[in-house]
Design a protein around this ligand. Structure first.
Ligand SMILES: Nc1nc2c(ncn2[C@@H]2O[C@H](COP(=O)(O)OP(=O)(O)OP(=O)(O)O)[C@@H](O)[C@H]2O)c(=O)[nH]1
Ligand SMILES: [Mg+2]
Length: 456
């Protein structure tokens, strides 16, 4: 989209359908002029951060036929003190689909353009109100469905990630300036090549922080999409009963017929502020039924995708069955559940480690829930913790790590400073991709003068 287009005035409904009040947002240089044409109060010179009660009307000739659309409140924000950094206004109207449609029509007839998705936030970014990672956090915050993702998004919106990145950038610029310094001195043949211990140490510190951030993506993904938990086992052991119990809902069909569940059934539940995706599966058994076999294949696929496996049994498994489930769940957390404990308890002479429950009678489900939560290994999140949740950020961090690895090995193999500086610039640009900032060579230069007075 061209910058010329960006300067026009946009409008859109900001609230979702339903409820009593709807908010229509307007932003751009002609906000007040446009609004003045359809609002009964003169707000052309209204003070910023004020609210005005009046009517939205459709202008008409003759004036006696003026159509009153609604009685509304109009909030005034003036540039640069608005969300977008532009002149903007919000119309709070009654949430009738007709009223909303009519007001937006009138705004468009009087010079506004319907905003594109995310365009208000995009403008906030373009006008320097927030960086890219903060802009992205706005979307995450709106989509947050649990305490953990809400916390991560809020911290990112408040600049937690941005300040972490700017610290990394500072360190990278320092590394670059140390290298530039080395270059300067290497002109003089009588001077030794600079000692690279400090450089190496600094590069390692930066790399480990970048790697740490990149690795947090797995947690971020899990928290954002829900941690997948598969309920598996033989037919009729009570898997679907357990699913329903965990979800507090009659989500799956339960019956004493073996092979009742044919396909995976999935839903989410929230435990300790984190979202879990619980997947009920077709019971595993030998079968001639081709449809049931497809269902069982899906059970194995569900195991592959899950992070936590709830293996439900109602009798002692054979050694072969235990070995099979262990093999299939390697690298995941396997929780063995002894169900139907109301009918029979775990034989005392067995050495099986299982949580005994009765899915049907709601016995010991809280213990199981605690086990699921702790298997998820969710880090205690603090206000300032940075957890990467966006694939774009993850990719940029991975690129930065790769480029920095080259710098590290170059530092050890006495590669010349100018080649290393080239790779360092790549790392800087990878990181600035995240915030959308630009690293200019002037910035590098300024930083050299800031940290070292080489007197040239
Ligand atoms: N006594 C007792 N019966 C249970 C318990 N949990 C489930 N059942 C019964 O066991 C039977 C099978 O339950 P389901 O939940 O359909 O079993 P499933 O593992 O999903 O079975 P498939 O879908 O066929 O693989 C039903 O009759 C349930 O009422 C329990 O804790 N105690
Ligand atoms: Mg079932």
């Amino acid at each position: 989209m061209s910058n010329a287009l960006k300067s026009d005035t946009i409008c859109a409904l900001a609230t979702s359908v339903g409820g009593a009040i709807a908010v229509i947002r307007i932003s751009g240089k002609d906000t007040f002029e446009t609004l003045s044409r359809i609002f009964s109060k003169d707000i052309l010179y209204a003070e910023p951060n004020t609210i005005h009660y009046g009517r939205i009307f459709a202008p008409s000739i003759p004036a006696s036929q003026i159509e009153i659309v609604d009685e509304v409140l109009v909030s005034i924000f003036r540039a640069p003190h608005s969300y977008t950094g532009e002149d903007s206004a919000e119309i709070s109207c009654h949430a009738s689909a007709y009223i909303v449609k009519r007001i937006i029509e009138l705004l468009i007839m009087n010079g506004c353009r319907q905003a594109e998705p995310g365009e208000f936030t995009q403008r906030a970014f373009l006008n320097g109100k927030m960086d890219l990672s903060q802009a992205e956090a706005v979307a995450d915050l709106i989509a947050a469905s649990n305490k953990a993702t809400h916390k991560i998004a809020l911290s990112q919106l408040r600049g937690g990630f941005s300040s972490e990145l700017s610290q990394l950038r500072e360190q990278l610029l320092r590394l670059t300036s140390l290298l530039e310094l080395e270059l300067d001195f290497s002109d003089h043949e009588d001077l030794e090549f600079a000692d690279r211990t400090e450089l190496l140490q600094l590069a390692r510190t930066i790399d480990s922080r970048i790697l740490h951030l990149a690795q947090s993506f797995e947690t971020g993904q899990a928290l954002k999409n829900g941690i997948p938990v598969a309920i598996v086992g033989k037919t009729n052991v009570g898997k679907s009963t357990l699913l329903n119990r965990l979800l507090h809902d009659d989500r799956a069909i339960v019956s004493d017929v073996h092979g009742t569940t044919r396909d995976t059934v999935e839903d989410t539940m929230i435990l300790g502020g984190a979202t879990f995706r619980i997947i009920d599966t077709a019971g595993i058994r030998q079968t001639e039924d081709s449809v049931e076999r497809i269902g069982i294949d899906r059970t194995y696929q569900a195991i592959e995708k899950a992070k936590i496996i709830l293996w439900v049994i109602d009798e002692l498994p054979t050694a072969a069955e235990t070995a099979d489930i262990r093999r299939r769940t390697e690298g995941k957390t396997l929780i063995t559940i002894w169900n139907k404990s109301d009918q029979h308890s775990i034989p005392t002479d067995s050495n099986i480690e299982a949580i005994a429950i009765s899915a049907k009678n709601d016995d010991n489900i809280d213990t199981l829930e605690r086990a699921i939560y702790s298997a998820a290994n969710i880090p205690e999140l603090n206000e300032n913790d940075v957890i990467v949740t966006s694939a774009r950020h993850y990719e940029a961090l991975s690129r930065a790590h790769k480029n920095l690895e080259r710098v590290l090995s170059g530092l050890q193999s006495s590669l010349t400073g100018d080649l290393l500086a080239e790779d360092l610039r790549l790392v800087l640009s990878d990181l600035s991709d995240i915030t959308g900032g630009q690293i200019t060579s002037q910035e590098t230069l300024n930083n050299i003068f800031k940290h070292f007075c080489v007197g040239k």
